[in-house]
Structures are given as structure tokens and as C-alpha cells.
Design a protein. Sequence first.
Length: 255
Amino acid sequence: MFDPITSKLVGGANSTRRMVQNAILATLPEPQFALFRPHLKAVPLKRNEVLQDALRYPDAAYFIESGVVSRMVRTARDGPVEVAVVGKFGFVGVSLVLGAAQTIQRSVVRVPGSALRIDAGAFRDILQQSPETREHLLRYVQLLIALNAQIALCNAKHDISERVARWMLLAQDRIGGDRIPVTHGLIAAALGVRRPGVSEALSDLEANGIIMGERGSIRIRDMEGLRGQACECERILKDRFRVFRDMPHHNHRFV
């Protein structure tokens, strides 16, 4: 596993079997997960790594175990803007589930972590073999569509300060703990805004004792205070994933 705080691999080749953290895989019944087990490979996710690029043929899917991945759209004039945040409640590889030849969005690692990688061919074979598994994954696709729409509304209607608070809360929800290993520039890049606006918002949060800036990271000191600064979108987006939070989670293990 990749530790986003120390930027080092932990476990590794000498580890035996460990429990799956990804909610999409963890909520699969054992017979369905058994189809994945021989094909899954634990890989580190490095900051700014592009897992899939827009209008390219994906060679693999990634079930996120830890860390944060941004799904981005862009224009030549405006640059990239985040339309979805993917973490342990999601995966990168939606186009494979939909049967599309190409991806439509770029997926970039924002917070380092780890994922379970499966080659595209093996993934397609599983989906053809098990309609129940495809149906399960399509639940996430439906949530992702709703996520895209909500963040589009948020980007259009809400102040930078509200969006910064919303982004940090969603990131924290996906990585756990109170420390988010991000910089002002990284948040600005994710939100598609200028860095000074993000720095001003974070400075106000720190002045109010809600967060504390550290070297290369931000520590949340007052979670409820941060929620009070975020727009309604944070609660809406979190509630969308209740379907997976409330499903039975199985103790799947893999080598």
C-alpha cells in the first residue's frame, strides 16, 4: 500500500493477503469478487499520475484503495476543471463498463495512494461472464453521472471559499484522517481557479481555527466548522454514496 503522508510503500512483496478497502469491490458477494481476485494487482498511485486520458483507449481499470483521483474536462482556452472526485468509493474505468471504446475524461491522481489494477481485457471478460457484476458497477456509474452534474452546478454557482471547503471535505472522506496532503496550487488546479483565490479562502479558514497549514499538507482541526463553510453540495454528494455505504461489506482478501 502507498502511504500518502510518507510517500512510501508499506507492506509489499513480503505481505501475505490483505483486506480490500475499495467499497465497490467490498460490496460484491464473494462469488462475484472471486472472478476479480486472480486479476487484481496492487499498484501505487503517484501524485499527478494520469491513469486514463481523454479520447484514449483504456488499458486497465483502477479500483481506488486510498488517495484521491480527479476526473477532469478541459478546453484549450480555459484549461482543466474537475468534474468528479474518485476515492475508495469508486473506480476509474467507467468506459469499460459502458462498452465505450474511448474514455471521455482525464483521470489524474491528486492525493497519492494505492489502487487495485485489472487489465481491460480481463475486466471486460468478467462483465460478460457476470451480468450481476455489471449491474453492480452500473450503480456507481449512475452515481458518477449525478456527481458530475452536482459539481458542474457547484462550479457555476458557488463562491471559491465554499468550493474549497467542499473539496477538502470530499477528499477527507475518501482518505480518512484529519490530514490532507495537498497544496494551495493543487486545490486550485482541481477547481480550475487561480491560486490566490484558494490561498485567501484557506487563510480565512486558518484564521478561524478550522484548519492548520503544514508543509505540503492541510490539517483539519474543526470538521463541523469546515462543513459550516462548505456549500450544500458537500452534503448532497456524500448522501449520494449512501447506497454503497449501507450495503453489506465483505472481508474480501487478495494476494
